[in-house]
Design a protein around this ligand. Structure first.
Ligand code: ASP
Length: 343
């Protein structure tokens, strides 16, 4: 009897310590395809036949409970086209506050893939923690044959509980690949391997034996970022104008009239020169990005002479995110260029 009691005591101690040892991960859910339902299993687009709740996501993936204690924070349940400034600011503030707690190892954010890179980069610039923040999505709905969501979510939680993931800024995990929020972009309309880093490649992989990193971003982020959104409840209006043959200047003039504080020029067109001067005359900041998707926009004498900021190798949608934050600090062109060179 004494021996049985000793064994039972030992067993309960081991069980308790194993349970207590599981890292806690805060799961912030926002929606997207990873939380979408289609009417049948081969419906891989136009699937708006219901939303998956966080509870359904977890019930569908019991393996998660073997690697982490998940604490759910439902922020929204929408397609990522509906993500707005209010939600971005709430996310940044709540993730920073949650990661400040000692017992929280990391955070995972579910998100639609269409604008995932914008939210991920925003958090990369604003979350004040070295702990891992991993943004995850899916290209096939929850109801589809060979859906990619559950394994993406499982791998995102693995990365959020991996020590090597600390201090690397915000990460994006899909299709067994770990990307930096600074360099990743959605590169295909429906393939599961849609996220690419054209210029510099991914940071690592979530292989079945271990999570492995080969590189880390050197541009400023998270705790080394000068941007503080803790007191902000809105951000300056910044929009994007696309350049192509014979592009009209009308969008630039319309944005000036609409009160834009900044315009990202995605490539150029002859009409942009005069319209750009009108914009600058109205105090609007111009940033030159490029639609080719790889390579830096080099600061030419002509651009410097015109006071146009270059976006480095940020695509237009990320340059917009950075300019909105930068304009909360300064509208001095030299300072703005420093910011685009450092982030
Ligand atoms: N339209 C979806 C979204 O961004 C696409 C996806 O999640 O893959 O919300």
């Amino acid at each position: 009897m004494k021996r049985l009691l000793r064994h039972l005591l030992l067993l309960s101690l081991v069980t308790a310590s194993t349970w207590a040892a599981l890292p806690k991960v805060a799961l912030f859910t926002t929606g997207g395809t990873i939380q979408s339902k289609g009417a049948f299993r081969t419906k891989l687009y136009e699937y708006s036949d219901g939303r998956v709740t966080p509870a359904e996501l977890l019930a569908d993936l019991p393996e998660l409970a073997e690697i982490a204690e998940i604490e759910v924070k439902e922020m929204s349940n929408v397609g990522s086209g509906n993500i707005d400034t209010a939600l971005l600011l709430r996310l940044a503030k709540e993730i920073t506050a949650t990661l400040a707690k000692d017992d929280v190892a990391g955070a995972v954010v579910t998100h639609g893939t269409s604008t995932l890179e914008e939210t991920a980069y925003f958090l990369h610039l604003t979350v004040k923690s070295e702990k891992p923040v991993v943004v995850v999505g899916a290209m096939r709905p929850f109801t589809a044959i060979s859906r990619d969501g559950p394994f993406n979510l499982y791998n995102a939680v693995r990365v959020a509980t991996t020590a090597e993931a600390q201090g690397k800024g915000v990460l994006v995990v899909l299709n067994d690949t770990i990307h930096s929020a600074r360099f990743v972009t959605k590169g295909h309309t429906y393939h599961v391997e849609t996220f690419v880093d054209r210029d510099l490649g991914p940071l690592g992989y979530t292989d079945s034996d271990r999570v492995v990193f080969y590189r880390q971003p050197l541009t400023r982020h998270t705790v080394k970022s000068e941007f503080d959104v803790s007191q902000l409840d809105t951000l300056p209006m910044v929009d994007i104008v696309y350049g192509y043959q014979e592009a009209s200047a009308a969008p630039i003039d319309a944005l000036i009239a609409a009160g834009a504080k900044g315009i990202i020029l995605n490539d150029g067109a002859p009409s942009f020169a005069k319209a750009g001067q009108r914009a600058q005359g109205a105090g609007v900041i111009l940033v030159q990005s490029d639609r080719k998707g790889a390579g830096r926009v080099v600061l030419t004498e002509r651009m410097a002479g015109r006071g146009v900021i270059t976006a480095d190798n940020l695509n237009a949608q990320k340059a917009r995110i950075l300019l909105r934050l930068a304009l909360t600090k300064t509208s001095n062109p030299r300072e703005l260029q420093r910011i685009f060179n450092e982030y």
